[in-house]
Design a protein around this ligand. Structure first.
Ligand SMILES: [Mn+2]
Length: 350
């Protein structure tokens, strides 16, 4: 297991030198953020990002993410050209020594939460998802916007896009995902990149828009689209784990054993009634997921890929990008590293 940390480039308020000081930290997960979705990332930009990261003594092996243009997900007439650009990105990233590319195939909205600063009992703030809040934020009927939405769309554009996806439906989205996968995976195999799809977050349909990377049977279906280690999953405990139907430990055991998990996101969530959930501290007793069982499953399946702590709460008065402060993610990563050390030590003693 190699512990990594997400960093948003020069816009990020957290200096790389601080991340370097977290015990056990080996690498940075980042991306090129100033090139519009669908366009080619210049190799020179990728290389200079890599140099910046390596200068502080960290590795740059995982990119999160190379976003997939909506027209590829919708299967529109310009998708071949957009997939061509995507392939150029895969090739350029391989040239710079990248090993894993994380991406997702979620229509319109990426991760969805209804509040980004819910105050918990201990005074920290966190991201939450409450169905009651969600109902009030349906873009088709309400003026309210969900936090984290792409504000570059006008309301009319957004509703037009939602209507297109409703028409496409789940099967249409599967077809377009398969089309994309058949084109990109052979290239990834050739250049030695592992593609790792991130599950939909949360793993169910929102506002009638289809979401398909949601559970075990759909992950099976996804992996069968192209049977190759280059066609893998970013196993995210916080996304899959906020549905009680997903047994995350079982998913780790199943997919990591098949070498289909080059990258994982670990965080905890507290599942409440009514599909509500709150992002909690990583510590097992703070949420509904058991981190010891999860890391034990990674160990038992021979996992040698990259892990990063996922979202953290805001603690100790820190302000910044919700979910991506330094303190709680640093605590989370060291906690995970400690569990991993204990598991490795117990193996040596046997
Ligand atoms: Mn994640």
């Amino acid at each position: 297991m190699k512990m990594t940390f997400r960093w948003y480039g020069q816009e990020d308020t957290i200096p790389l030198s601080y991340i370097r000081q977290i015990p056990g930290m080996t690498g940075i997960v980042s991306a090129i953020y100033d090139v519009p979705v669908g366009e080619i990332w210049p190799l020179v930009k990728i290389k200079s990002l890599k140099e910046e990261i390596e200068k502080v003594g960290l590795e740059f092996k995982v990119v999160e993410s190379v976003p997939v243009h909506e027209n590829i997900k919708l299967g529109l007439s310009d998708r071949d050209q957009l997939i061509g650009n995507y392939i150029e990105n895969i090739k350029n990233l391989a040239k710079a020594g990248i090993e894993v590319i994380c991406y997702n195939f979620m229509p319109v909205f990426d991760w969805t939460r209804t509040q980004l600063d819910k105050r918990l009992e201990d005074g920290s703030t966190t991201l939450v998802y409450y169905q009651d809040q969600l109902k009030e934020m349906n873009p088709e009927t309400s003026e309210l916007a969900l936090p984290g939405w792409d504000t570059s769309y006008t309301k009319e554009e957004l509703n037009g896009l939602i209507a297109k996806y409703k028409l496409l439906g789940e099967e249409g989205l599967w077809e377009n995902l398969s089309y994309f996968i058949q084109k990109i995976i052979p290239v990834a195999e050739q250049v030695g990149i592992k593609m790792a799809i991130h599950p939909d977050d949360p793993p169910w349909n929102i506002f009638g828009i289809p979401r398909i990377i949601t559970n075990e049977s759909n992950l099976d279906r996804f992996l069968a689209l192209y049977d190759s280690e280059a066609n893998g999953i970013t196993l995210c405990s916080g996304s899959l784990g906020c549905s009680r139907e997903n047994d995350f430990v079982k998913l780790v055991d199943k997919y990591a054993r098949k070498n289909r998990v080059p990258f994982a996101h670990l965080r905890n969530v507290k599942i409440l009634d009514n599909n509500d959930f709150e992002e909690s501290a990583h510590y097992s007793l703070c949420g509904s997921l058991n981190m010891v069982d999860i890391l034990q499953a990674f160990n038992d399946s021979g996992f040698s890929g990259y892990i990063r702590p996922d979202h953290g709460r805001m603690i100790w008065g820190e302000t910044g990008k919700p979910g991506y402060g330094l303190y709680d993610r640093a605590l989370g990563s060291v906690y995970l590293t400690g569990i991993w050390e204990t598991i490795q030590r117990s193996k040596e003693e046997i």
